[in-house]
Design a protein around this ligand. Structure first.
Ligand code: ATP
Length: 352
């Protein structure tokens, strides 16, 4: 039996705070977090180690309770639920893990069947459901194998099938691809994308890799020291990052960084006639392939040095990042011209 498509479920964090008692006093893991994940969205939460990602995720299935504020899943207040209400919410929320968390003593079939056995599902229903899930994640040939006989990617497929067994509306992913090589990461992300589309499952994933967010998330939030510092549609955040933490994550993934001989000489001081202004230019959507820099030279008489550049895609939408330098005395003209033609610019500094 194939899990039926659901309409998903919105997750809402409203002014959520979380403090832990640590050996050296209170540790604030989250502060005033507000975030809405729409039904059917794939929302990526990115942040550095210790930023509060796991704490945020674990609140969605009630493994952590907020110290202040509320967390709701499909309108149910998770933080205040207990007993059968909490069990009901947890049935709606599946979870996958970085280290898979499979039982070594059970086969692929046995691991996926476990949540159904716990829920008291009749064995003939379990057989049909599990075989169907095994087909969905492409593990027919591994059905009777044990975890020790599987690759990392296959283990994560078991984890995904197990998480889907109770037909959840929400899937939580805790660094699910962090232990996998890049190629396997891509196949697991594709599988999650298919599941999101086919079943309408809402996915909330945490990661420290911007590439994961780019490749799967429709929406994203950046968390820094327990606070959400930026959130929105992934494309918008990639094209117009506002916060320094977002920018630093992005510089790792776009591959657009200043060559060392320029980065080492970059200054923020007031330019003079001998300076070059270093500018990041972002081309979004239709502008991604426009020959705008050639026009800058042709129409404005401003010479442009291209320092680095790349064109990326988020879903079907291209965007490009270029690092250029121009005569600092013409910097304002150059940026005004580019902005007038729909490009985004940011001054990174000056070199002499
Ligand atoms: N049970 C706990 N008791 C005390 N402090 C905790 C507890 N859980 C988390 N913390 C603290 O809360 C902060 C946020 O931790 P959290 O695990 O949510 O971060 P993270 O972004 O998931 O980090 P990582 O990527 O390293 O897993 C950290 O300072 C951490 O030490």
């Amino acid at each position: 039996m194939t899990p039926e498509p659901t309409t998903g479920a919105a997750i809402r964090f409203d002014g959520v705070g979380k403090a832990f008692a640590g050996p050296k006093g209170q540790v604030t893991a989250l502060e005033d977090v507000s975030l809405t994940v729409q039904p059917g969205a794939v929302c990526g939460i990115i942040g550095r180690s210790g930023a509060g990602k796991s704490t945020l995720l674990r609140m969605v299935n009630g493994l952590e309770r907020p110290t202040s504020g509320t967390v709701t899943v499909a309108g149910h207040d998770v933080g205040r639920a207990s007993g059968s209400a909490l069990r009901g919410i947890r049935r709606d929320v599946g979870m996958i893990f970085q280290h898979f968390n499979l039982l070594a003593s059970r086969t692929v079939f046995g691991n996926i069947a476990l949540p159904l056995e716990i829920a008291g599902t009749p064995s003939d229903r379990i057989r049909v459901t599990v075989n169907d899930l095994i087909a969905r994640v492409g593990l027919e040939a591994q059905r009777d194998r044990y975890p020790a006989e599987l690759s990392g990617g296959q283990k994560q497929r078991v984890g995904i099938a197990r998480a889907l067994a109770t037909r959840p509306k929400v899937l939580l992913s805790d660094e699910a691809t962090s232990a996998l090589d890049p190629e396997t990461t891509q196949t697991v992300l594709r599988l999650l994308g298919d599941i999101n589309r086919d079943l309408g499952l809402t996915i909330l994933l945490i990661t420290h890799e911007m590439a994961v967010v780019r490749d799967i998330a429709s929406h994203m939030a950046v968390i820094d020291q327990g606070r959400i510092v930026e959130a929105g549609a992934t494309y918008d955040v990639f094209v117009r990052p506002q916060h320094p933490t977002t920018r630093s994550f992005l510089s790792g993934v776009t591959g657009v960084t200043l060559p060392q001989f320029i980065a080492g000489r970059l200054e923020q001081t007031r330019p003079d006639a001998a300076s070059q202004e270093v500018i990041r230019v972002t081309f979004a959507g239709d502008h991604a392939t426009d020959p705008m820099l050639a026009r800058l030279t042709g129409q404005m008489g401003i010479d442009v040095n291209i320092l680095a550049g790349a064109i990326e895609e988020i879903g079907p939408r291209p965007f490009g990042n270029l690092l250029i330098s121009v005569d600092a005395m013409r910097g304002d003209d150059a940026r005004a011209y580019l902005e007038r033609h729909g490009l985004l610019t940011e001054v990174l500094g000056y070199v002499r």
